[in-house]
Design a protein around this ligand. Sequence first.
Ligand code: TYD
Length: 230
Amino acid sequence: MNNKGADIHFEAGNSEGHGGLFISLEGVETSGKTTQADLLVSWLKTRGYDVLQTREPGGSSVSELIRSLLLRVDQDSDENITPQAETLLFAASRAQLVHNVIRPALQSGTVVVCDRYIDSSLAYQGFGLGIPLADIWDINLFATGNLMPDLTFVLGRGSKLFSADEKPADDRIEARSKEFHSRVRRGYHSLAQRFSDRIVLVDTRGGVRRTAQYIRGIVGERLNDELVRS
Ligand code: TYD
């Protein structure tokens, strides 16, 4: 499979004209994105913004059911989820989350901070498993009604944190080989280059606080928040 040739057309979420801002955080398991999502959400709240924090897969009741199906390490099962089924299940979970949670929030002017979104499917199922990127793209545009984030942070540039550590895997996808996770990491770099108008690659080596400040600076600018430098 050759993902390099895939012709991907990108449309930002705000092309819909909603009043909110859609931010996603991405990276491999140990990149610290969930900590950064928490810090960003707290900061936005202290600045008086309406904020919705959510995660993928999950974030709605149906999506959480799909999550348990996708991530369980099922020792007894004699049937593996195929890469195609996995891609569709992630997209199905996303469809529910967008329809029931994300789009209504954006339409009411809320800032949405989502832990993982479409780039996870491109990185894990595309670069990791070999599903053609163009197929993932089409499936996900259908699933989300073309909703893309306005801004995406991929965490872990150049950092040790960017590589999976040696702790036992918590779920079915984390349990995959080192080679799989290396392809995912390279995939994120490639996506960041390809979508440089949307994706910011974040160097986390300065530590949690500095990383949080860096992310705030960019989000603040995007929100035209004049208080950001005070
Ligand atoms: P999770 O427990 O949420 O871990 P993390 O803290 O790393 O986000 O597990 C989500 C797993 O699902 C993670 O291994 C990445 C994977 N994933 C995909 O493979 N494709 C996707 O589209 C999404 C959203 C997640």
